[in-house]
Design a protein around this ligand. Structure first.
Ligand code: SAM
Ligand code: DTB
Ligand code: SF4
Length: 368
């Protein structure tokens, strides 16, 4: 087994990223084979349980209320709606469901109680349950764990330096704090980021250093390529070059050998050959289903045909860690604390985000 390191430096990570491609691929594929079955890829389905209207200003996100994007907003879905969607995902080959909410942070109350019930319900379907709900306190993370949550997704998204140029409404520290809160439970950590937001290669390396110096490493790391959505501050970003995606995946595999590396947003723009090269370079997870949260994703039947063609087998649930137990609400040992945590809000504005907000205001006036 490869030795795990938590002391990668930016220089080392950059040197790996910039290796001649054939060397990079060989090294990444070798490490991948030592630690994983190279023919297995985990299939995860996203369900947007609450869509749009988010108070944050993340420059990449079509769900931020302040930008004018063409998405269909939705209040929290019901437990039954989510159960039906999870069953469909299971029958199409998914072993994991990831429920996403356009929230800044979880608020104690009926909506959180409903999410806990969704977690219990899906865990009972023998599927891995992941949530991505924004910031959580330790108590909220414990309550999710008790309900049977398998993973919590909370991305670092970029290097600390570039993060501050993309989001003004919260800081990197806040992200790290939530990850720490999840780490105190037996829920696994899923944290990764986005490439193609205008960041430098140093920023990509910086993000991988931030992730790989977490101890233990996140159990899964999604690598998204930006889906540039009209109306967001990053609408004009050029699509990510396939070689960059392959290099990013390979580097992630090398610095975090036992982690599940997920080829996440952006697959509709990638050739099948490019995606296969990502699997060779160490990606062993995808998001399947015709939609990510609000943007398109390849057709699931086409994905399964592609898997067959190249001999990839969908991973079984709980292959890496046993299924968590579900404790019913009535037997819970935790109370809702109704905490109103103080999150740091740096007093900054990001020009590009402000411009997109002004444009949205003008468009909304035009429409009215
Ligand atoms: N609101 C929660 C949060 O921000 O943590 C959870 C949902 S949020 C949509 C989850 C992740 O989706 C973000 O951290 C980001 O990595 C990814 N994401 C959002 N918009 C994206 C886009 N346009 N392209 C690629 N990834 C995106
Ligand atoms: C992650 O890293 N990527 C997913 C999931 N975790 C929540 C979300 C991608 C969202 C892409 C833009 C959208 O569909 O709204
Ligand atoms: Fe809100 Fe999450 Fe989108 Fe940021 S990424 S605007 S927090 S939904």
């Amino acid at each position: 087994m490869t030795k795990l390191r938590n002391d990668w430096t930016k220089e080392e990570v950059l040197a790996i990223y910039n290796k001649p491609l054939m060397e990079l691929l060989y090294e990444a594929a070798s490490i991948h084979r030592e630690n994983h079955n190279p023919n297995e890829v985990q299939v995860s389905t996203l369900i947007s349980i609450k869509t749009g209207g988010c108070p944050e200003d993340c420059g990449y996100c079509p769900q931020a209320a302040r930008y004018h994007t063409d998405i269909e907003k939705n209040d929290l879905l019901t437990v039954n709606q989510v159960k039906a969607m999870a069953l469909r995902a299971k029958s199409s080959g998914s072993s994991r469901v990831c429920m996403g909410a356009a929230w800044r942070n979880v608020k104690d109350g009926q909506e959180f109680e409903d999410v806990l019930e969704m977690v219990r319900t899906i865990n009972k379907l023998e599927m891995e349950v992941c949530c991505t709900l924004g910031m959580v306190t330790e108590n909220q993370a414990q309550r999710l764990a008790e309900a049977g949550l398998y993973a919590y997704n909370h991305n670092l998204d970029s290097s600390e330096e570039y993060y501050n140029e993309v989001i003004s409404t919260r800081g990197y520290e806040d992200r790290l704090q939530t990850i720490e809160n999840v780490r105190k439970t037996n829920v696994t950590v899923c944290s990764g980021g986005i490439i193609g937001m205008g960041e430098t290669l140093e920023d990509r390396a910086g993000m991988l250093v931030a992730l790989s110096t977490l101890s233990p490493h996140p159990e899964s790391v999604p690598i998204n390529s930006l889906v540039a959505v009209e109306g967001t501050p990053l609408e004009d970003q050029k699509p990510v070059n396939m070689w960059d995606m392959i290099r990013m995946v390979a580097t992630t595999r090398i610095v975090m050998p036992t982690t599940q590396v997920r080829l996440s947003a952006g697959r509709t723009e990638m050739s099948r050959e490019g995606q296969a090269m990502c699997f060779f370079a160490g990606a062993n997870s995808i998001f399947a289903g015709d939609k990510l949260l609000t943007t398109p994703n390849p057709d699931v039947n086409e994905d399964m045909k592609f898997f067959k063609e190249i001999g990839i087998i969908p991973m079984k649930p709980f292959a890496k860690k046993a299924q968590p137990e579900t404790i019913e609400a009535k037997d819970s040992q935790y109370e809702s604390l109704g905490e109103k945590p103080k999150w740091s809000r740096p007093d900054v504005t990001i020009e590009r985000n402000e411009e997109a907000k002004q444009k949205a205001k003008a468009k909304n006036l035009e429409k009215a």
